[in-house]
Design a binder for this molecule. Structure first.
Ligand code: HEC
Length: 114
């Protein structure tokens, strides 16, 4: 009985920390809301671009390497195409030259936490 209560509590803790991770950094999300990201992307379904959840799955979510995060940030800054043709039918992501590498990396980390 005691073990059972403990394992339920442990399950709840994992669930809660999972939820906190899924939310990501609110400052990065605010930056994305102020940009145009959500015009083309949604968290859980395809719009013009792939869903953020699908992007997180492809790049191993929060376990993505620093190099992957840097590369994805560069694509947001310079624009990207050709990696999601099956989902997008060949649409390109517009460049975002107004973003710094650090800002774009914060956005990528938020995306990967979805
Ligand atoms: C004009 C529509 C559009 C806007 C605006 C846009 N995206 Fe995209 N995004 C796309 C498309 C289309 C793709 C798929 C590109 C490809 O096939 O390589 C994509 C891909 C991505 C990827 C994955 C890149 C890869 O190579 O796997 C990330 C991360 C991303 N977008 C983040 C963002 C963020 C953050 C913003 C806001 C700063 C943003 N996008 C704004 C359309 C858009």
């Amino acid at each position: 009985m005691k073990t059972r209560v403990l394992s339920i509590a442990a399950g709840a803790a994992v669930f809660l920390s999972g939820t906190a991770l899924a939310a990501g950094n609110p400052a990065a999300k605010a930056m994305m809301m102020n940009s145009d990201c959500f015009t083309c992307h949604a968290v859980d379904h395809q719009l013009v671009g792939p869903s953020f959840r699908e992007i997180a799955q492809r790049y191993h979510g929060s376990a993505a390497s620093g190099a992957t995060i840097a590369t994805l940030a560069k694509k947001i800054i310079s624009g990207g195409n050709g990696h999601w043709n099956a989902q997008t039918g060949g649409m390109a992501m517009t460049p975002h030259p107004q973003l710094s590498q650090a800002q774009a990396e914060a956005m990528v980390k938020w995306v990967l936490a979805q």
